[in-house]
Design a protein around this ligand. Structure first.
Ligand code: MSP
Length: 716
């Protein structure tokens, strides 16, 4: 039986379309899966989408469509992006899949029957965007930087508190590996509680102090909405209310239900792949994966995943790239812009080529585990330096010399060991680094081999040797040695650059690289190579140099995708810094805009009467965040908004339905008149007014800020 390797990505929420943050984790998992298959392991690579929960339900309401349809659309956009990028997942799971839902209910039932889940009442602060309860008074700022909502619910509770010591012991003894070390320490300190404030502590098996009771039981059901998997019998009939299973219990279980947990017909698959070898996650969801998930498994009597590796965040414009901040970079922008460098290819191949570029950049640029800034400039610079001038140029110039001097036949030579130590060092370095998910080190090792081989060629100057017939053997040795190194380099780079290395493999005359991988020919790279009279394939340029045009294309594409017009067609929100957020002439637009009386061209000096500062200060203008935005039945003009002022939440009716897609408003900061007397419209109370500029023929443009402003802040 070959060794198995089961690797997973988080399953992504379907409240936003994918951006390069999601692509980052997926690429990392794909690299490991390709490498694992290359090493001949029985590999299972799982990704998918997380489709239940209040956040998704609210986004669907805001988009005016049923949650299932909403989830179908966004999930399809993830799948089609992964297809464009050639991601080689073995399975795509959706938490709305019936088999997954059955598996989750099975897990819940098992926990309930083992006495690990009980029914109780709770009032607490809930952070909707992170789908978790947090400690603190009403209005506490949640992990997403927004005030929490007060929620009182009768809930089923999981006895998480029981697992404090077992988890500490498992993590400290490395049975549950958490990488990098900093994340492991963070989890341990969360598990240990505050041990230094003089209270009574206990000791773990390895002698580490912890504060008993620091880990509280966890609520694992919800009653305030129903977009989720129903709590199954026998637990369900112990309560009058309809409970759905907590979205994180539902989501985490995907890693097991995907391989057959809860399905009697798939027991073999489950036994073959579970436990997972590696969960790759972003650092913000470490607690869910390293505390809740292993506790659920321990409680259910199931084996734990072997390792959880967390990476850092891709930052853009200095903060975490995310939908709610509106500072995302879409992967499609990079596929289209770099794809255009290869006009001779069809679109599908252009995408795969460009996906290689993004893979290389993300893994090379940002040490896995740390946060890193994404920038188009850096992407372009890295591409030119290491792919166009580095690897690509090395392959092209070496193979061209063989074509010119040996008619495309790789010359024979007795002694070709001159680069052996550089190649074996690179093989070992890549192996070691990828085993520990140190992608940057692995790619650096490949870049180092490019430099060594380039240096070797420059040192021996085959173009000079070619001019002297007495040096023909030496020329043969130099070119064969370099070509052997290129073969190894290409195989090493295969998981990172699957499209381009396939082309290089063909140029080397070695046939299909993918087939060689499938046939297990690359499990040991020092074996195999070129036979006698090996002939090169057809040569073609690999990485054309990119110039400012590529940069401009990327920047333009991103600007277009965040413009208000594009925003209407996409779920990706406008940034808060779109031009319409900084109106030229600010006005308090009526809730339902007044008919226009001035066109943009006609705006002259207004003849409104003067007011005193005291008059002005009577108007309480505040920054608020839109939590919910939805159309009002039978009204073309009105949207119903729920906004959060930090200290309270309000319902506001705004006459902007013809101009704003509700989906694009959720998460956006707006300015409201907070002390306007409430009034009723269409039977609903409007508790304030949104401030907008009236532009052109009266089109409202919502006021906003270029900076990230704390909600509730007063304008004066
Ligand atoms: N649905 C949960 C995960 C459940 S797993 C059982 C979730 N989804 S998410 O859509 O918010 O995706 C989060 C993951 O996407 C991160 O953990 C990370 O893998 C990736 N990233 C999303 N934005 C990112 C960055 N800006 N930077 C790096 N990775 C990011 O959480």
């Amino acid at each position: 039986m070959p060794e198995k390797f089961y690797v997973t990505t988080p399953i992504y929420y379907v409240n936003a379309r994918p951006h390069i943050g999601h692509a980052y984790t997926t690429i990392a998992a794909d690299v490991l899966a390709l490498r694992s298959r290359m090493l001949g392991r029985d590999t299972w690579f799982l990704t998918g989408t997380d489709e239940h929960g209040q956040k998704i339900e609210r986004s669907a309401v805001a988009a005016g469509i049923p949650p299932q349809q909403f989830a179908d659309e966004v999930s399809a956009s993830f799948q089609s992006l992964w297809k464009r990028m050639g991601i080689s997942y073995d399975q795509y799971i959706r938490t709305t899949d019936p088999a997954h839902q059955r598996g989750v209910q099975q897990l819940f039932r098992t926990l309930y029957e083992r006495g690990e889940i009980y029914l109780d009442q709770y009032t607490g602060q809930y952070c909707v965007s992170e789908e978790m309860f947090v400690e603190g008074p009403p209005g506490t700022i949640g992990p997403d930087g927004r005030p929490t909502e007060t929620v009182t619910e009768e809930n089923f509770y999981f006895r998480l508190s029981r697992f404090q010591k077992p988890l500490i012991d498992l993590i400290e003894s490395h049975q549950l590996a958490i990488e990098p070390e900093s994340r492991k320490n963070e989890v341990l300190s969360f598990l240990r509680g505050s041990v230094s404030d003089g209270g009574e502590n206990l000791l773990s098996d390895t002698g580490v102090a912890y504060r008993p009771g620091a880990l509280k039981d966890l609520s694992v059901s919800r009653t305030s909405f129903d977009w989720g998997i129903p709590v199954p019998e026998p637990a369900a009939s112990t309560t009058q209310q309809k409970h759905v299973i907590y979205v994180w219990l539902d989501a985490l279980a995907n890693y097991m239900t995907a391989v057959g947990y809860g399905d009697p017909d798939r027991q073999d698959t489950f036994n073959r792949y579970w436990p997972a070898d590696l969960h790759l996650v972003g650092k913000e969801i470490v607690r869910f994966h390293c505390v809740y998930w292993p506790a659920f498994l321990l409680a259910a009597g199931l084996p734990l995943p072997k390792r959880i590796t967390a990476h850092g965040w891709l930052l853009f414009e200095e903060s975490k790239m995310s939908k709610s901040r509106g500072n995302i970079v879409r992967t499609e922008t990079i596929l289209d812009s770099f794809g255009a460098l290869k006009p001779e290819l069809d679109k599908a191949e252009q995408d795969l080529f460009a996906a290689d570029v993004l893979r290389y950049f993300l893994l090379r640029e940002i040490p896995f585990g740390q946060d890193g800034s994404f920038s188009f400039d850096a992407l372009l610079a890295r591409y030119n330096a290491e792919l166009a001038n580095g690897y690509g140029n090395l392959v092209s110039r070496t193979l061209k010399l063989i074509e010119q001097n040996f008619d495309g036949v790789i010359p024979e030579s007795g002694l070709t060991t001159e680069l052996t130590s550089a190649t074996t060092a690179a093989i070992t370095a890549v192996d070691l680094a990828l085993d520990r998910q140190h992608f940057t080190t692995a790619v650096q090792a490949c870049a180092g081999l490019v430099t060594a081989t380039d240096g070797y060629i420059s040192e021996h100057a085959p173009w000079k040797l070619a001019k002297d017939s007495a040096q023909r053997d030496r020329l043969a040795t130099v070119l064969r040695t370099a070509t052997k190194a290129i073969r190894i380099l290409t195989a090493l780079l295969y998981p990172v650059l699957p499209y381009t290395t396939e082309r290089v493999w063909q140029q080397l005359g070695l046939g299909s690289l993918r087939r060689a991988v499938e046939n297990g020919e690359l499990t040991n790279l020092t074996h195999g190579g070129f036979g006698p009279n090996a002939r090169l394939g057809k040569l073609a340029p690999l990485f054309p140099r990119a110039d400012k045009d590529t940069l401009t294309r990327m920047i333009d594409a991103e600007q277009k995708s965040t413009s208000p017009e594009a925003g209407a067609q996409q779920l990706a929100p406008m940034t808060e810094a779109t031009p319409d957020a900084a109106p030229a002439s600010s006005a308090l637009a009526e809730v339902v805009p007044e008919p226009p009386n001035q066109s943009a061209q006609e705006i002259g000096r207004p003849d409104t009467p003067q007011i005193t500062i005291d008059d002005f200060l009577k108007v309480d203008l505040r920054v608020a965040r839109v939590l919910v935005a939805e159309r009002i039945p039978k009204s073309d003009k009105l949207l119903r908004l729920e906004v959060d002022l930090g200290y309270e939440q309000r319902q506001i009716l705004a006459g902007i339905a013809e101009f704003y897609d509700p989906a694009n408003l959720v998460g956006r900061n707006v300015v409201i008149v907070a002390n306007l007397a409430p009034r009723k419209m269409r039977g609903l109370e409007s508790q304030g007014m949104i401030v907008a500029a009236s532009v052109g023929d009266g089109t409202p443009a919502l006021a906003g800020f270029l900076d990230d402003i704390e909600i509730g802040a007063r304008l004066r």
